[in-house]
Design a protein around this ligand. Structure first.
Ligand SMILES: Nc1ncnc2c1ncn2[C@@H]1O[C@H](COP(=O)(O)OP(=O)(O)OP(=O)(O)O)[C@@H](O)[C@H]1O
Length: 308
């Protein structure tokens, strides 16, 4: 079946109040097929509440949420049919194998539970080798992959993940990022939340910044090379340095009487050599500072001193 035109996730003026007090205020956004979108904000920003509205766990007090063109409230069945989720820490039976845990969920939901088909899901998330090991022997990263396999059981068009990177080590984070990118490349719409921007910015095509229950910013990241990191430079003269870097093909932005340049980890010496060669004085080089992270911190009011 061809996807109906339009976004797979569509949130229009959705608002959630508890006992008359709004915790999410009239937010609107969409996620298209093939996109990974991050919902970013500090603790209490309203990320989980928003994802609960998107996944039909909480009805919006006002506004609408449509999945695959269907309202999660009035057309719940078809809307949720398109959806796979990891919404809270997934609980598995430790004494059962990964395969048996998956079978358990599949049976509970009346989904295909044949061994071959379940092994297919485990292979998709890189757990085939561990299929017959009890889950109590799984690392957190492996449990998260098993949770992803569970989310995929319904063959979703949409994946919604609440803080999927939480507690994972860097290797497991990279693994999950790569899998999510692949799933997006296969046409899924992926919406995930995090309170740590740097964890997700490399996997997301766009990020939505949430604070105090409001969307305070949106940033498109597609097109940037994914391994690039912001490096803040204090240089003299500034204009000349900015021109030199731009002419050499590096993306730069002005920030705090300095420049942020987006470069790969190996490129820092090249950038410095290039500037020095053209008689620019380097007064300070601060890696991993600037760009989106700084704007995020500024916008959400957290850690203002970082950019101050
Ligand atoms: N069921 C509820 N009843 C009343 N208030 C709630 C309820 N659920 C959430 N809230 C409030 O809504 C606000 C947003 O909470 P939410 O869990 O959505 O934030 P979050 O961005 O996911 O935060 P965290 O990163 O800490 O999980 C908080 O102030 C929270 O106390």
């Amino acid at each position: 079946m061809v996807n109906p035109p339009g976004p797979l996730i569509e949130v229009v003026n959705a608002e959630k109040s508890y006992r008359g007090v709004p915790v999410v205020h009239a937010i609107s956004f969409h996620v298209n097929a093939g996109e990974v979108v991050g919902l970013i904000g500090p603790n209490g920003a309203g990320k989980t509440t928003t994802l609960r509205m998107v996944t039909g766990l909480a009805a919006p007090s006002v506004g609408t949420v449509r999945l695959d063109g269907h309202s999660v409230v009035s057309e719940r069945g078809p809307a949720l049919k398109a959806l796979g989720t990891i919404m809270e820490e997934s609980r598995f039976y430790g004494y059962l194998t990964g395969l048996d845990n998956l079978r358990q969920v599949a049976r509970m939901r009346a989904l295909a539970s044949g061994r071959a088909s379940l092994l297919g899901y485990l292979e998709e998330v890189g757990l085939l080798q561990a299929a017959d090991r009890p889950v109590r022997e799984y690392s957190l990263g492996m449990r998260q992959r098993l949770a992803l396999a569970v989310a995929l059981l319904v063959r979703p068009k949409i994946l919604v993940l609440d803080e999927p990177m939480n507690g994972l080590d860097p290797a497991a984070i990279k693994d999950l990022r790569d899998r999510l990118r692949q799933m997006a490349a296969d046409g899924l719409a992926v919406l995930l939340s995090s309170h740590v921007l740097s964890e997700v910015e490399h996997v997301c095509d766009r990020v939505l910044l949430l604070d105090g229950g409001r969307l305070v910013g949106e940033e498109r990241l597609r097109g940037e090379r994914r391994d690039d990191r912001p490096v803040w430079l204090q240089v003299e003269p500034l204009d000349r340095a900015a021109d030199l870097l731009r002419e050499a093909g590096w993306r730069t932005e002005r920030q705090d009487q300095g420049l942020v340049v987006y470069i790969g980890p190996d490129e820092v010496p090249h950038v410095i050599r290039h500037l020095v060669h053209h008689d620019v004085a380097i007064l300070a080089v601060v890696p991993d500072r600037g760009g989106l992270e700084a704007r995020y911190l500024a916008q959400t009011g957290a850690n203002r001193e970082v950019i101050g």
